[in-house]
Design a protein around this ligand. Sequence first.
Ligand code: SF4
Ligand code: SF4
Length: 405
Amino acid sequence: MLYNDLTKQLILLDKAQYETPTDGMVKYLVEQWFMTPEYTDDYGIFYTVYQAYKTVNKRKTYGKINLCTIFPTTGCNAQCPYCYEKGMESKNMSEQVADDLVAWLKTRTASTLHVKWFGGEPLCNKPIIDRICQRLQVENIDFYSSITTNGLLFEEDEVDKYINQWHLRQAQVTIDGTHDVYIATKNFKSFTGDAYEKVLSNVEMLSKAGVRVNIRTHITGENKQDILALVDELTERYKNNSRVIVYTHPLYEGCGEIETFSDEERALVYRNYREVSAVINATGAGPRYSIERFRTTHCMADDGRSMCVNPDGGLSLCEHHPWDELYGNIYDDNYDKAILDSWLEPAIDSVECIKCCLRPSCLRLAKCPVDEICTAQTIEYKLNKTYLAMTNAYSRYKQNTEKIE
Ligand code: SF4
Ligand code: SF4
């Protein structure tokens, strides 16, 4: 299977077609940009397409907000060692700021607004989530929401509210390991029950109510066996439940108490990642990676339609920066253009980027705190996701073809 990361085209050749293509096949591969003359400047072509697309796209989309990440609180009920917010100010949003925020959003949102609850642990300030949702409804702002949460504070008797008032569609819940590992890692403050069981039951409750739940696990150099045992448990517990997705991600280096890895440590983490993600993928419980459309933006920070609001009404572009990198606040229309512009700044391409087959979809920002290091292992991580996307696209094609036949 051949994939062109610039045109996003996939084609499947048999062995003979690949090894000794006929003239007709060569012509086709040339026309579809799978074969280019040796002297072709691939990077130059990519860059030209990228800049042209970016210019056209910007004109179309510039303006209204369609993603608002809200920090109802920057406080948290857990104490994960890898938390990148360690040492940040812990504060709840007040009712006044919540009301002012909705009034501010009223004239600035696109036809539908995606509200993302983030923190801290957003469920530590549920009354403010309730209030913002009620106000959004009163103001006739069409919205739906998602949440990044540890999931402990969801309650069975509130599930109707999550669906009908919060319009909750998706939750991301991190499970750090099997029962005892989870309890030790989360180290919840003032919770005496079985936090692990409560969170897993909450995942079930939400998914049954129609919320898609992405369970994130973190892979390190040491926890492969435990994560494999966890994956076993989760896939058994949520089998036949297509709303629960399990995935794994290497822990970000340099976050919280996690130091930057040595080359050997990083190699081990990514080897473990490959093994665990292959197991997850084989169970069918993993994410359905797909071939993305051609993108010109990296994330919410540079898409020109998203912003984050901290508990004081301060505005930033990156969810990892609730208290710094503020470009303004909801009480003042004067924004700091230098900060806004700095988040559009792409990372500088290395010599490797110029030759890298992933470059068309590898968009990086100079200021993104989680995408700083490119190593042989991170390239392999990105390639692995690309392979999964390719095979998924092929499976889908086969299913559709079979249906037609
Ligand atoms: S994967 Fe690494 S080398 Fe390749 S384009 Fe991205 S940053 Fe550059
Ligand atoms: S951490 Fe990186 S990917 Fe996430 S919002 Fe900030 S800039 Fe974007």
